[in-house]
Design a protein around this ligand. Structure first.
Ligand SMILES: Cc1cc2nc3c(=O)[nH]c(=O)nc-3n(C[C@H](O)[C@H](O)[C@H](O)COP(=O)(O)O)c2cc1C
Ligand code: SF4
Ligand code: SF4
Length: 434
């Protein structure tokens, strides 16, 4: 059976599933129940200076799908609103009672060295396994010069990381904000400051929806609102890309990554790991469905790893990174064509409308004498864009079939249609040919 245990920048855990720093990890009561349910570790809800932060009411809102399923979650909560002393006491006790689980303490303090020098020995004294620097919180704290206000300036990221490395022997994980144009820059800065790992993503600036009668966005506080931090399933694609960007950047390649953002099941976790993460963190899915989801995550991942012959997490961590490349290295001679399985087709016509109105008019609608409709792909017109396959409500009814073009691999730097081809060196990166 696959071994799910990990050692993440020196921190051991029985499995890669950690709860991210957030309400699920803000007190011993929650964390103990999470450990009983089987979570491999937690990042304790961010600690800061005393007196503790003060929160508002209400705090959360959501972006819903058609059937009221939560696609994305938004919050305007701050860091812990409990005293440092209570938090440290609880962390010490929980770590003592659960020595095999990873206990990471998240921290957010002003950008002055003495704050960090003062708190780090106190964190070490709890027996915690590591610290995570919250450079990501997008609301409330940046206005006080913390959170994303630090994470958006690579020089500050490097500076604070270096202070932490100087004042503690614990592994330092730098949590990155996605509210930045190029996430590789703070990741490089974290590495330059001596970070043992990075974790990402924190939440994305967001407004989910409005009360149009009152003309105010949710969550409503009195008669006003403010932007919050977006997370949950909807942010997974953004987080996956950012993780991949860091994993394939030559400057940060090999830096351990804890993947966060929209993870709700074993498959999401496996995708983050394949793109370079070696632990994963979960917040929204646990808030919406409870701690019990970790069972399916562990069972599903373990079953899949057995099927694929991966003995441990390291065996497939980063395996999809070499196949994630720049556009210019994609094969210009590769071609796929849509194919409709007539036995599965329910004749809804969605593929026809999509292709006819916004793609390449490559689906024919044939109407028989008995008014029966059939939809057929016009092979010569199909450019293989995937739109019909995405629109079709029936799973596996439309498949994209690779064509034998008989042409060799040729990327854009080698393509004679590239007007700048003569100015660029023709490049054939090894990773594309794997
Ligand atoms: C209500 C709430 C509070 C959060 N508080 C913190 C926090 O104190 N520190 C922190 O680093 N991240 C905090 N986060 C961000 C999460 O740790 C995580 O990075 C983010 O939610 C993305 O993961 P998810 O999609 O699994 O929720 C919070 C998220 C939520 C929803
Ligand atoms: S793949 Fe694109 S072009 Fe081809 S049939 Fe579907 S929608 Fe039309
Ligand atoms: S969208 Fe799918 S089910 Fe609907 S007509 Fe097209 S192929 Fe058939």
């Amino acid at each position: 059976m696959a071994d799910l245990s990990i050692e993440f920048c020196g921190i051991k855990a029985p499995n890669p599933f950690w709860l991210a720093s957030a309400p699920p990890t803000d007190k011993a009561y929650n964390v103990v129940r999470a450990f009983e349910a089987g979570w491999g570790g937690v990042v304790w809800k961010t600690l800061g200076e005393d007196p503790a932060a003060v929160n508002v009411s209400s705090r959360y809102s959501a972006h819903y799908g058609k059937n009221r399923e939560v696609l994305g979650f938004n919050n305007i909560e701050l860091i812990t609103d409990r005293s440092l002393e209570i938090n440290l006491r609880e962390i010490t006790q929980v770590k003592k009672d659960w020595p095999d689980r990873a206990m990471i303490v998240s921290l957010m303090l002003p950008c002055e060295e003495h704050y960090w020098a003062d708190i780090l020995p106190k964190i070490e004294a709890t027996g915690a396994d590591g610290i995570e620097l919250n450079f990501g919180c997008p609301h409330g704290m940046p206005e006080r010069g913390m959170g994303a206000a630090v994470g958006q300036v690579p020089e500050y990221v490097e500076l604070v990381t270096r202070w932490c490395k100087q004042h503690t022997r614990l592994p330092v994980i730098v949590k990155l904000t996605p509210n930045i144009t190029d996430v590789r820059k703070p990741a490089r800065a974290a590495k330059a400051g001596g970070a043992d790992a990075v974790s990402l993503i924190n939440t994305i600036n967001s407004i989910t929806h409005l009360d149009l009668d009152r003309m105010v966005a949710f969550p409503i506080v009195g008669n006003a609102s403010t932007h919050g931090g977006y997370c949950g399933s909807a942010v997974k694609p953004i987080a996956l890309n950012m993780v991949a960007e860091i994993a394939r950047d030559p400057e940060t390649h090999g830096l351990p990554i804890s993947g966060i953002g929209g993870i709700g099941n074993w498959r999401d976790a496996a995708e983050f790991i394949a793109l370079g993460a070696s632990s994963v963190q979960v917040c929204t899915a646990a808030m919406l469905h409870g701690f019990g989801i970790v069972k399916e995550m562990k069972d599903g991942l373990s079953r899949w790893m057995d099927e694929k012959g991966y003995a441990n997490i390291a065996a497939f961590s980063g395996k999809a990174v070499p196949n994630t490349t720049d556009w210019k290295y994609l094969d210009m001679n590769y071609a796929v064509i849509a194919q409709i399985d007539q036995d599965k087709c329910i004749k809804c016509g969605k593929c026809y409308v999509a292709c006819e109105d916004t793609s390449h008019q490559a689906i024919a609608r044939l109407v028989s004498e008995t008014e029966e409709r059939t939809y057929e792909v016009i092979k010569d017109e199909c450019i293989g864009c995937n739109l019909c396959e995405i629109t079709c409500p029936v799973e596996a009814c439309i498949t994209m079939v690779p064509q034998q073009t008989g042409k060799p691999y040729m990327n854009w730097t080698q393509d004679p249609r590239n007007p700048r081809a003569e100015n660029v060196a023709t490049e054939t990166p090894e990773r594309v040919l794997i």
